[in-house]
Unconditional design. Sequence first.
Length: 286
Amino acid sequence: MIVLTGATGLVGRLLATELAEGHEVRAVTRSPRNAGLPAGVEVVEGDPQRPGTLVDALRGADALFLHSRAVGDAAHDVVALARELGVRRVVALAAANVDDRLDAQPSRFRGDRNKEADDAVATSGLGWVSLRPSSFAGNALTAWGGQIRASDDVRYVYAGFEESPLDERDLAAVLERALTGDDLLGRRIDLTGPESLSHEEMVRQIGVALGRPLRFHEVPAEPAARGMVANGLPEPFVTAMMARYAAHRTRPQFPPTAELEKILGRPPRTFAEWAADHVADFEAAG
């Protein structure tokens, strides 16, 4: 029995699908009626940030997936409870920037507690793995999806900023290996996509997938940041994200590693492949 926290998020849903064939899976969610998870996944009510609500979910389980945003500040307490109830393995979803200063980790200001999750599993006394992925390919939808659905012009900051976007499906495949196999135990593993791409190049590749000549227009960071905050993004998150872009505008952040190919025995999916598989998400309705 494998227990999943964060099962109704993007990565959790993909992981539940990976595990549903061949494994017993129990997904913890605050809203079981709205879970919408694959058939065969047992859905139980619980709040991962309130460990006492997870007793029934963890009892009789063999492994636990610890999602850093789902468990929040309760990571150590959730892992301690899992150990007390006989869970033998715990796998954390952290991030490639987990060792950076906390105020330099943008996702922290949106609820991620990557450092806490990473530390909790490594000090658990259980079989453990901590995965540290680079930025997700799907972030392109958040950053540019609305603009691309509206026109062929994309306005964003730092055209030359480079990173190695990771297809979330590849992350789910590695998580499945970590939860069910023994070859990754006791490791902190950095995962990236196969190539370092600039913002401008990612937009160009989305355009190729769509069959449209998308044009990237670089805008100054300060007015762009004000616009993001005005549109509802937390100011500390925007500040940290802009600082990250500025710090790595002349050298790639998280250059590609070979870890994913070593683990899965195949190359990672490229950003171009991800874009081709998400054309519908970038097209205007109707």
